[in-house]
Design a protein around this ligand. Sequence first.
Ligand code: SF4
Length: 377
Amino acid sequence: MALQLDTALIKTASRCNYDCSYCYVYQGKDTSWRAQPKRMGLDVIDSLVDRLIHQANAQAAGFAIVLHGGEPLLLGLENLTILVKKLREKLDSQRYPISLQTNGALLNKEFLDLFSKEKVSVSVSIDGDQGANDIARVDVNGKTTFSKTIKGIQALRSHTDSEFLFAGTLSVIQPSIPAKITYDFLKSIGSPNMDFLMQDGNHDRLPQGKSSFKSTEYGDWLCELFECYTSDSSPVPIRFFDDIVRLILGDSGTKEGQGTDPYGILIFETDGEIRKNDTLRSSFDGADFFTSRWNVRDTKISEVLSSKEFSEYARMQIPICESCNSCEYLSVCGGGMPLYRWSESNGYDSPSVYCHDHMKIIRSVKERLLLEGVECT
Ligand code: SF4
């Protein structure tokens, strides 16, 4: 049976006002963003909204809509208003949550009033305190972006609807900064939910701060973070750990990269092209293209979802290598995100470059659950 649409990730703008050194879009091997219109035009917005509404009527489950970039606020207030109003006219906020992933610099009252009215929640990308954030999150002149992001978070927190609006923070792990400093800082700025990402990397290009395939710098950092989480009497939810616990207990995860459930994720570029998960771009130039080069102007989403090429792409989420398939951690780890399995010589047919980090943190969470007397699968 064809997968249903699970996440529609919309690239409202294909450029960014920051120039983060680890960015998989602008600093990686992919160059296709250069050919994209800087912002999504009204004709593409019309076609895209029609396709999403059609898909909502064609499938039983709801789906999440994520406004993404580049920096999604670069679309501008006028066109963003048109996009979210059109979506909300037909798609209710319960079954079709809309969220925006932003660096926070352009957040102001006008945007926030719109998001409050149309039920769009906001997650802010920030890697921790200024020391952590300044490692990679800089502007086009290489200068710190920290105060701009903090100003955006302050605008978010001071809005009358902040409880709904502020969905949380998304941080790329900086293993050289103690996890406790990062956790305490994110808590101090009022993050209501934290999520963390490993840095991009693969078997040909090791992630920043990782010395070898077998090293566990990220696993160690995550164990330290888990300790902060579990020893805090009023902890801020951390999606990464909550999913590990769910999966250990035999339930499903909620996001690609953990567990073995495939997710129906499609990316919509500013010119309307429909693509695979854009994180694949860090593997090689064009890694996120479907051969068919579908576009919302001429293709229904259901046609993409029922295609052979989409099934092959969805199957990529599940690792095929022997090490993963015989691994006791597979049901929780899921082989990690496909981009981390890449090598020129082996394609995606290897365990994650974070394999030993995954094992370390999963073991640690499991031990903790057993200590608490929780029965694990
Ligand atoms: S821990 Fe390693 S071998 Fe096991 S499933 Fe994850 S990536 Fe594969």
